[in-house]
Design a protein around this ligand. Structure first.
Ligand code: HEC
Ligand code: HEC
Length: 188
């Protein structure tokens, strides 16, 4: 009884000060977004997130050779599925990259050509992103095999190492945490 008031008051103080300390400002959130965007638009990611029906390849992001197309289920034409060439791991001998469930991101997840603000809003739009919350997006980018492949992209057919995205996975995780904590703000 005697403790009821002080303890709930103390709770309120802890909650209030915790919120004040933990809540980054909108400008901090937008700075974090700018770093996230550098990853999303890097070749390793965006080669699979085109606005068209063709994946792109290499740092030059040219259309995928051998007339590879999206196909009815984002896994290639009926006679030429991605898995005909892309296995669960990178193939060091042939230079074909690989990871589990290799496929093209659905059209609604095509990011090429969007402004920073439009990319940010598209990413957050449940109608476009596979019905994901911001927390789901953060989780996807921490765990998905195709996302993680980007930091182990292997060598191309000429034996050259593909470049990973411009942030480390840890840096991306920090940026995502700061962006989400600031309420996932998008630039204009
Ligand atoms: C081999 C192709 C491939 C690569 C490489 C790839 N993705 Fe994707 N991505 C997909 C596919 C396919 C989906 C849809 C899967 C789903 O909805 O579960 C997807 C979905 C996503 C989503 C959730 C949907 C959305 O619109 O937000 C995010 C976020 C994402 N990818 C981020 C990345 C990032 C970041 C990278 C690079 C570090 C990357 N992807 C690399 C194929 C790829
Ligand atoms: C006939 C074989 C073949 C098929 C089928 C195929 N690919 Fe590829 N793919 C390759 C080869 C070979 C490379 C490596 C090119 C290089 O790096 O020089 C490649 C590279 C890629 C890359 C570039 C990775 C990077 O960041 O540099 C992406 C993305 C990709 N393929 C997606 C797909 C998707 C999605 C499908 C199915 C819709 C598919 N591929 C079907 C052979 C194929």
């Amino acid at each position: 009884m005697a403790f009821a008031r002080p303890s709930s008051f103390a709770m309120a103080l802890i909650v209030a000060s915790g919120a004040a300390l933990a809540q980054p400002t909108a400008p901090e959130g937008e700075r974090a977004w700018a770093r996230i965007e550098q990853v999303l638009t890097s070749p390793r990611c965006i080669n699979c997130h085109p606005a068209s029906d063709r994946p792109t390849q290499t740092d030059a992001m040219h259309p995928h050779r051998m007339s590879v197309i999206r196909g009815p289920s984002n896994h290639g034409a009926p006679g030429l599925h991605c898995s005909a060439c892309h296995q669960e791991r990178n193939n060091a001998a042939s230079g074909v990259p690989g990871a589990p469930h290799w496929g093209l991101a659905p059209r609604s997840m095509g990011w090429v050509g969007l402004s920073s603000g439009d990319l940010c809003r598209r990413l957050k739009d449940p109608a476009a992103n596979g019905n994901r919350t911001v927390a789901d997006l953060v989780k996807h980018m921490a765990e998905d095999a195709l996302v993680l492949w980007a930091w182990q992209p292997g060598r191309n057919g000429r034996g050259e190492e593909r470049k990973p995205p411009p942030l480390t996975i840890a840096e991306l995780g920090e940026a995502l945490g700061a962006w989400a904590a600031a309420g996932a703000p998008c630039p204009q």
